[in-house]
Ligand binder design. Structure first.
Ligand code: ADP
Ligand code: ASP
Ligand code: MG
Length: 407
């Protein structure tokens, strides 16, 4: 007997037939003697629709009411799945985040889990009942509903698996595992049997939305054995594991890309102490999350240009903040472009192998793709390029690092 938390994403619960398919899987696990708790997402498309309603209601809406609205999608799926399970003769009941309760901080729209009361879930296990938990939702100290950010049901599932000491957290989705890159843009992408927490964390934070970044961080911190697998086919999935479980480490394990980036260049700043800080302090005060930064000096050394990337959603705010500070900063021009993509190569093997970055630059050069910004860390190299070349770049890099499936 194993204790398993199973999470089903939007496509997996996208209509009533799919909810029945999920129920059948859960019923089978219960019949096999496993203790099962389920976490569900909203039906695919529903969260986007709810966000659309919020935007329509008011351009600058109350974030607490936004959470009240967008959390509703998961409520529907949890209730429906519990009904279908009951219909199959499997005792089940739904739980909203607040009924658990799953306590979070008060950052509406991107709340972080602070505490989960496991008692209701333990009671369900003891009674042989399946708890069907609405993912993505939490409760703040002031009793308001919160949500965990897009893709947050993954995080609900891993966090619940941690507090009930589950043997495994199974994340069922519309692909049968974690691939070397998004299989929807590179048909030759290869499924990985295993990937380390560290690499998955980088892949997720660099754009591979198969797992929400926060869920991987939690899995790593609490050692939750997490598996990504298909809800449509009975195929082995991908296990996210500690480094010690990987026998032979690839130098590069995967390529990630993220479209939601924008690049900003502050042109012609005086090259004197305090100017760079003058650019970034007001952005930090306005909660703009700056990612990659490059600075280049002019030939005569008197002025400097600073380029950096921000989430595309923050571009308007970034420009407004820099325009507000134009007089004190004294720059010559402000250039910005939302039409860029960040492409990254990720692999633990980079720690001990040289030449990974240069192969990336060579490959992009061969395709005539101009690199606008570069950043590196111990296990990744990221570049910003024109969005038009994103698929070409990802495919070319996938081939260059020997990741293509051979068949
Ligand atoms: P769910 O609704 O089940 O949470 P998501 O759409 O959030 O599913 O995540 C699954 C999607 O992640 C896949 O359809 C795939 O296009 C995308 N994806 C991006 N990078 C990868 C990758 N490296 N491996 C697998 N899937 C990936
Ligand atoms: N329904 C939410 C979203 O679409 C949460 C999730 O699916 O994980 O982002
Ligand atoms: Mg998801």
């Amino acid at each position: 007997m194993a204790r398993i938390v199973k999470k089903f994403g939007g496509t997996s619960v996208g209509d009533m037939d799919r909810i029945r398919n999920v129920a059948t899987r859960v019923a089978k696990a219960v019949a096999d003697g496993d203790e099962v708790a389920v976490v569900v997402s909203a039906m695919s498309g529903v969260t986007n629709q709810l966000i659309g309603y919020c935007r329509d209601a008011a351009t600058f809406h109350d974030a607490r009411e936004y959470d009240t609205v967008v959390a509703a999608g998961e409520q529907i799926t949890a209730g429906l799945l519990a009904m279908v399970l009951q219909d199959l003769g499997v005792p089940a009941r739904s739980f909203m985040g607040w009924q658990i309760p799953l306590k979070t901080d008060g950052i509406h729209g991107a709340a972080r889990i602070e505490d989960i009361d496991a008692s209701a879930l333990e009671a369900c296990f003891a009674e042989g009942r399946v708890a069907v938990v609405a993912g993505f939702q939490g409760l703040a100290d002031d009793n308001r509903i919160t949500t965990l950010g897009r893709g947050g049901s993954d995080t609900s599932a891993v966090a619940i698996a941690a507090v009930v000491s589950a043997d495994r957290c199974d994340i069922y989705t519309d692909v049968d595992g974690v691939y070397t890159t998004d299989p929807r843009i590179v048909p030759k992408a290869r499924k990985l049997d295993k990937i380390t927490y560290e690499e998955m964390l980088e892949m997720a934070s660099l754009g591979a939305k198969v797992l929400q970044t926060r869920s991987v961080a939690l899995a790593m911190r609490y050692g939750v054995r997490t598996q990504v697998l298909s809800s449509f086919e009975d195929l082995p999935g991908t296990l996210v594991v500690g480094e010690e479980e990987i026998v032979e480490q690839e130098i590069v394990s995967g390529i990630a890309y993220s479209r939601g980036e924008a690049k900003v260049t502050v042109v012609g700043l005086d090259d004197t102490p305090g100017k760079v800080s003058g650019v970034f302090s007001p952005l930090a005060k306005n909660n703009v999350n700056v990612d990659m930064i490059v600075q280049s000096a002019s030939e005569d050394g008197t002025t400097t240009d600073v380029s950096f990337t921000v989430p595309e959603d923050d571009l308007q705010k970034t420009v407004a903040v820099l325009e507000d500070n134009r007089t004190s900063l004294g720059y010559k021009d402000l250039v910005y472009n939302g039409n860029v993509v960040k492409v990254s190569v990720v692999g633990l093997g980079m720690r001990s192998h040289a030449g990974v970055a240069s192969r990336m630059f060579d490959t992009l050069a061969e395709k005539g793709i101009n690199i606008q910004v570069i950043s590196t860390s111990e296990i990744k190299v990221s570049v910003v390029i024109d969005a038009e070349y994103s698929e070409l770049a990802v495919r070319a890099l996938h081939t260059a690092y020997g990741l293509d499936r051979q068949d």
